[in-house]
Design a protein around this ligand. Structure first.
Ligand code: GDD
Ligand code: MN
Length: 358
């Protein structure tokens, strides 16, 4: 079997016939063998319609589940059951145009592991969403791209429409939760070559959206889990959390020294040094644990490199802040935030590439 199109359905009785027609019209001319696999959790008469469809057309199959529910497990179960070498996942409600699939397949044949139709590359549009959904969806995409490095270059990581080679995702264990199966696949199967092609997200004509607030909470939990299992992302967040703890150490010692009547400058310098040391100790036992040198001399070198990087980071971030504030007259709070961000990125990248290089 060449292609399996997996379609999760929950009460989509009004849409399944149309999507089947449009899919077969789009796929037949390619000359490839294909199946349409509906993964159904419906509580209405959708299963009966699917049953009829599967009798009418040999390329339609469906699995109706009564023991469990949920989009993520429906799609993952479908991916396991599908027979095609190429797996396409899409919604039943015609918001994803089936006519795009031949182009997606061509792209996979060019050598990409995954192809994502994107609403956010030139030529695409997310016209089907209202302003509120647009905002929620933008926020969700931004959080995903900040949290997970693998997603940083993908403009539409929350898409429910994608094609992937079966060989690229086989042999991994997936823990589906929430809606974003594609993110789960990219991170856990470590998918690196992704192509995006533009498409116009359509508005839903029949039936209603099943998206809810609790799904959005599950989405954040899902991203958190993926950050924890992904070495490169975990390192960055561990570094940021330790940096935050450093600020607290710094302020606490500063306050104590002031209470002890220490001069302000001395209190500031000393508390800064202590927080740098505590940051170093935490980072070398947590963030870059596996890269700490064994010999004492090596550790001392790494420690001094760390201090050097932090001091240079302070110079760079305050230099940048001054440039923004004094020359470009940027708002002082915004200058401060951008200065801090620059410092954090500098410290992380240089410590990762140099201080703790092996
Ligand atoms: N089997 C199964 N079980 N299918 C489900 C379930 C479920 O519990 N919940 C929803 N579905 C099916 C719907 O029937 C539909 O085919 C598809 O999943 C998407 O559901 P919609 O309710 O149409 O989602 P949406 O339009 O709000 O969200 C779309 O946009 C997102 C991008 O922002 C979907 O395309 C998402 O996949 C996409 O991520
Ligand atoms: Mn929809």
């Amino acid at each position: 079997m060449d292609i399996s199109v997996i379609i999760p359905t929950f009460n989509e009785g009004n849409n399944v016939q149309t999507i089947t027609n449009r899919l077969s019209k789009a796929l037949q001319p390619t000359g490839k063998s294909f199946e349409i696999l509906f993964m159904d959790d419906s509580t209405d008469n959708t299963p009966e319609i699917l049953d009829q469809l599967s009798q009418d057309a040999s390329f339609v199959r469906y699995i109706h589940r009564t023991n469990k529910r949920g989009l993520a497990t429906a799609v993952i179960d479908g991916l396991k059951d599908a027979e095609g070498e190429i797996l396409v996942v899409m919604d039943a409600d015609l918001q994803h145009p089936p006519e795009l699939i031949p182009t997606m397949i061509d792209k996979l044949n060019e050598g990409f592991q995954m192809v994502i139709p994107s609403r956010f590359v030139p030529g695409g549009s997310d016209g089907g969403l209202n302003l509120y959904r647009k905002f929620v969806s933008w926020t969700a995409r931004m959080i995903a791209r900040l949290a997970l490095k693998r997603l940083r270059k993908i403009t539409d990581p929350t898409s429910g429409f994608f094609a992937v080679k079966k060989s690229a995702i086989q042999g991994n264990i997936y823990h589906p939760i929430g809606w974003k199966i594609m993110i789960e696949l990219i991170v856990r199967a470590n998918i690196t070559s992704v192509a995006e092609i533009p498409y116009q997200f359509q508005s839903r004509d029949l039936g209603s959206s099943k998206m809810s607030g609790s799904e959005q909470v599950r989405y954040l939990i899902h991203l958190g889990r993926l950050v924890m299992i992904s070495e490169e992302d975990r390192k960055f967040f561990s570094f940021c959390a330790i940096g935050l703890s450093g600020v607290i150490v710094n302020l606490a010692i500063y306050k104590v020294m002031l209470l002890l009547n220490s001069p302000v400058v001395i209190a500031f310098i000393l508390s800064s040094i202590v927080s740098m040391i505590s940051n170093y100790l935490l980072n070398s036992t947590l963030t870059w644990k596996s890269r700490v040198m064994h010999q004492t001399s090596g550790r001392i070198i790494q420690f001094f490199r760390y201090l050097l990087v932090s001091t240079a980071g302070l110079a760079i971030s305050s230099g940048f802040l001054s440039f923004l504030f004094y020359i470009l007259h940027v708002h002082p709070m915004l200058s401060g935030i951008l200065g801090i961000v620059t410092g954090v990125i500098w410290n992380y990248v240089v410590n990762d590439k140099w201080t703790f290089s092996t």
